[in-house]
Design a protein around this ligand. Structure first.
Ligand code: ADP
Length: 578
């Protein structure tokens, strides 16, 4: 079998480098539309509300007409009362509808944001390890949280803005043509003056925002790196606070300039449009006034016409504005879609589940080279029989950790194959392979949570008894019990409140709870003092019982009990024995 994983490792870094990435120019409306599809029922209700409020909005100007041209000249106080009463009623009803409309629109918008967020995070969980090695954590965080938030307002406001404005325009057009065809035609002539100037603004805004978001990625990576526990220790120990301050200020300053640029894009055009919104009615006053003097257009028609004109021009200019917003928001959407488009770890089409296993592991002529460094492992062949312990030793950089990562398919070999019980692991689903493998890494990762929660990550339904048993076997129960809060102790960010040895024994207890058939110990005892090493050695013994174990270490003392030892150097086996 020789399919090999695609050499994606290099791809990530170059593909998502904003400088290199060509700015895409096509608006993928269908993709945006798909986000709205699940909420069609709410969107229909929203449309009904909007139609109703835009119809109700026509009433006040028409009632004004009735007051000026009918009620007052005819001294009809009852009609005046009716008109004013209707005015109040229409305002009240459309206000009430507005409340429900507000609920619907934020429900739809926030639901879409929730879906997008969840899709993005889930997708990232399924991305291969190589992606995370090549991408800065800060950049990932920026896309997951800030980018999604940045499109929030567009998503929540867009449909409402579009629908509202379209319906207001349609109803107003009917009303003004009914009032006076000549004035209505004149008002339409002015519309292109408000829309055309905005066309180029969207594109410019798009470019500006793309650059701004990329700068934000940089800034988040910088903060994320220096503000982590290990990062801050590095900064403090080298007394680099001043350097970091100036580095940060430089980035923040560049971002500030870009943001000012975004804010200023299209400001001149907007000014022109605002001017038109005021100037339009002036033109109508002029022509309409002339019509009133010469051709008997009534004052009521003229006043209500100008009142209606606001209902025409404001929505036209907001629609143009919405277009600008959407096009520029697309710069952010594309960043999210870029992530969603990256391929996840894919199991083979006909992949099967590894249900049970004896724990027989075999590496046959396995070659895997990291594209960036051209280093890795070459033509490795060895096997671990069920229940055996096999050790891989060798100097640092020899490729031991790579071996440990190939078995759980964090990477797939370029050539050769790895099998578990005679099944090539590429023909098995990744999840089922990983379910049978327990790993104790050089660096134990713990979540910022209680000891108990960290342990139960391996087995959610573990009973208290099971947890304690595992901890006793891992030689850590006494230590946990001695803590004031016992198993409820919060371990701190990445578990930094515990010592390296304690973290590792917790990791061993965690794997014991998982109870896998195959075990990988990656330099589990390399960085410890003798006392801790003895404690861990004692913890490891029950762990290895009845399991096939692959130990990866650079010290011979830790692997004395191994059934077979392979020495590797520069990615190849140079010696074997026991
Ligand atoms: P060991 O565990 O024996 O110290 P590794 O398996 O970690 O060695 O690394 C083997 C070689 O592969 C090293 O030369 C290292 O520089 C390189 N390497 C390890 N991880 C990566 C990676 N994610 N990308 C590129 N090169 C890597």
């Amino acid at each position: 079998m020789f399919s090999g994983s695609p050499p994606v490792h290099l791809m990530w870094s170059s593909m998502y480098n904003p400088e290199k990435q060509k700015l895409k120019r096509r608006v993928d409306w269908r993709r945006l539309g798909e986000l709205f599809r699940p909420y069609i029922w709410q969107e229909i209700q929203l449309t009904v509300c909007i139609v109703a409020t835009s119809l109700l909005g026509l009433l006040p100007p028409l009632l004004t007409l009735s007051i000026i041209d009918k009620a007052i000249p005819k001294n009809d106080f009852n009609l005046l009362l009716l008109d004013v009463g209707l005015m109040l009623a229409s305002a009240l009803i459309s206000g009430l509808i507005g409340v429900y409309q507000g609920y619907l629109s934020s429900f739809v918008g926030e639901s879409i944001i929730r879906d997008l967020h969840t899709r993005l995070v889930t997708h990232l969980h399924h991305m291969p390890l190589s992606f995370f090695a090549a991408t800065k954590t800060g950049e990932i965080m920026n896309r997951v949280s800030n980018d999604v938030e940045a499109v929030d307002s567009v998503v929540t406001m867009t449909i409402v803005a579009i629908l509202t404005n379209v319906f207001i325009i349609i109803t107003t057009l009917f009303a003004i043509f009914a009032l006076d065809v000549r004035l209505a035609a004149l008002s339409l002539v002015l519309i292109p003056l408000m829309v055309v100037p905005l066309w180029p603004v969207g594109r410019r805004m798009y470019d500006a925002r793309k650059r701004t978001r990329a700068k934000r990625d940089e800034m988040h990576s910088a903060t994320q790196e220096t503000l982590s526990v290990s990062g801050i220790v590095l900064v403090k120990s080298f007394v680099k606070e001043e350097l970091e301050r100036s580095r940060f200020f430089k980035l923040a300053n560049e971002l500030m300039k870009l943001e000012v640029n975004v804010a200023m894009v299209g400001r001149w055009f907007l000014m022109a449009i605002t001017f038109m919104i005021t100037a339009g009615p002036a033109a109508i006053w002029l022509i309409g006034g002339w019509l009133a003097i010469k051709h008997g257009v009534t004052v009521g028609v003229l006043v209500s016409f100008v009142a209606l004109l606001g209902r025409l021009y404001t929505p036209v200019s907001s629609l143009a504005g919405v277009q600008v917003q959407i096009v520029s928001a697309l710069a952010v959407f594309e960043r999210i879609f870029d992530y969603l488009d990256m391929s996840e770890e894919q199991d083979a089409l006909n992949a099967t589940e590894l249900k049970q296993t004896e724990g027989a592991v075999k590496f046959q002529d396995v070659t895997f080279i990291y594209p960036e460094t051209k280093r890795g492992v070459r033509n490795l062949s060895f096997q671990v029989n069920p229940g055996q312990m096999v050790a891989i030793v060798g100097p640092s950089g020899a490729g031991k950790s790579t071996v440990a990562q190939l078995l759980p398919r964090l990477f797939d070999p370029d050539s050769g194959y790895i099998s578990i019980d005679q099944n090539d692991i590429k023909s098995l689903t990744r999840a089922s392979v990983r379910n049978h493998i327990g790993i104790v890494m050089q660096e134990t990762y713990l979540f910022h949570d209680t000891i108990l929660a960290n342990l139960k990550y391996a087995k959610e339904d573990a009973s208290e008894e099971e947890v304690i048993q595992a901890c006793k076997a891992a030689n850590i129960h006494d230590f946990i019990s001695s803590l004031p809060e016992g198993y409820k102790t919060i371990v701190g960010e990445r578990g930094h409140k515990l010592s390296g040895g304690e973290r590792q024994r917790l990791a061993i207890a965690r794997v014991l709870l998982k109870d896998p058939k195959i075990l990988i110990l990656d330099e589990a005892t390399s960085s410890l003092d003798t006392e801790n090493e003895a404690a861990i050695q004692a913890a490891l013994e029950p762990l290895m019982q009845g399991r096939s174990t692959l130990v990866v270490a650079h010290r011979l003392s830790t692997i004395m009990n191994a059934d077979c030892i392979y020495v590797i150097e520069d990615g190849s086996i140079i010696e074997q024995g026991n």
